[in-house]
Design a protein around this ligand. Structure first.
Ligand code: MRU
Length: 334
């Protein structure tokens, strides 16, 4: 089990491992208000769909401690911090339901801790379910960071890789750099190295070539929002991995807890896609790369159609060849 602790709750403040400076610096941010947490989410000090939901829940505990009158305003501030990962809204709504049934700051704290702990338990379950789909000697490719850093622990897609490695099933992992924030090169590589899992980094643009020259059994990714028909929003570049995987006969697995499903979206067309500032592409750590004044299109998520997905692994079970009926059967009342 990983010992990385990206989200640490301390009664009157929240400490967040600053993921912008990993792996060469380890520092924690201290959040003392919901606004501090919202800023940390927006600035990507904490990132990954489940992790931002957990952080937001603790943000509401900080708001409740400051006075229950400010609770709904804090919900609005946190909800606006990032648009695509529905886990954020899911966690806020769960906290709102607790508040509506009379929870005070102490009971809200218990609810946030439960959200955090349940996420870890769900990841361990998904790890088992996903690992069971892999052959012995599996060669897999993953994208972005979906590990302990992105969740309450163990990880979603990386959790499946961890569980499969513990079972002796993993021969080789490839992980993409994941431009422009380099979650793969900085964070996934760090987690894989700590666990001693055999892994090699590839440039994002090398994935189709890799599938052409080596057998990749499964591409395994996380999700930020899964629509009612199984269409899946995840880190930009996931869609092109799914297209390349289908062309090369590699299987494609999405791993996400039930809180990542949004049955209010009939299809991926309704999922809001976050666009971030052009300078994330035109500059690198404050240094200009592109010509001064050059524009950029910087969507940070994309939608993979359900038809390109072979399996969705959730803590409630596995859906193969996902469609609306199967998602509904698994999620039921959500
Ligand atoms: O922009 P990020 O780093 O928050 O994006 C993260 C991803 O896209 C992950 O794949 C997703 O949130 C699942 S994390 C378990």
């Amino acid at each position: 089990m990983s010992t990385v602790e990206p989200i640490v709750w301390h009664l009157d403040h929240l400490r967040l491992l600053d993921q912008r400076v990993l792996p060469h610096q380890t520092g924690y941010l201290t959040c003392r208000s919901a606004a501090d947490v919202a800023e940390a989410i927006h600035a990507m000090a904490v990132r990954g769909a489940p992790a931002i939901g957990i952080a937001a829940a603790y943000g509401l505990v900080l708001a409740a401690r400051a006075g229950l009158d400010g609770f709904e305003a804090a919900v609005a501030v946190l909800a606006a911090s990032r648009p695509t990962a529905v886990n954020l809204r899911w966690a806020l709504e769960r906290m709102q339901r607790a508040r509506a049934s009379g929870a005070d700051a102490t009971a809200l704290e218990a609810e946030a801790i439960a959200i955090h702990q349940e996420d870890l338990a769900q990841n361990l379950r998904m790890g088992e379910l996903g690992a069971a789909l892999l052959p012995k000697g599996a060669r897999v490719l993953t994208h972005c960071n979906t590990g302990a850093l992105a969740t309450g622990g163990h990880g979603t897609a990386l959790g499946v890789i961890r569980s499969a490695h513990a079972q002796g099933k993993i021969a080789q992992v490839y992980n993409t750099e994941t431009r422009p924030w380099l979650q793969g090169a900085r964070l996934t590589a760090w987690e894989l190295q700590q666990e001693g899992i055999p892994a090699r980094l590839i440039a994002d643009g090398a994935a189709a070539h890799l599938m052409h020259v080596e057998k990749i059994d499964w591409v395994i990714v996380g999700a930020d929002r899964i629509a009612a028909n199984g269409d899946t929003a995840n880190k930009i570049g996931t869609y092109q991995l799914a297209v390349a995987a289908r062309y090369h006969g590699c299987k494609f697995m999405v791993v996400a807890p039930s809180g990542t499903f949004d049955l209010a979206c009939d299809s991926g067309a309704q999922i809001p896609i976050e666009e971030r500032t052009a300078t994330e592409l035109t500059e690198f750590r404050g240094q200009a790369i592109a010509p001064t004044g050059f524009d950029a299109f910087n969507p940070v998520f994309d939608v993979t159609p359900a038809t390109l997905i072979d399996a969705i692994v959730c803590e409630r079970g596995v859906i193969e060849q996902p469609n609306t009926a199967q998602v509904r059967a698994l999620l039921g009342g959500h």
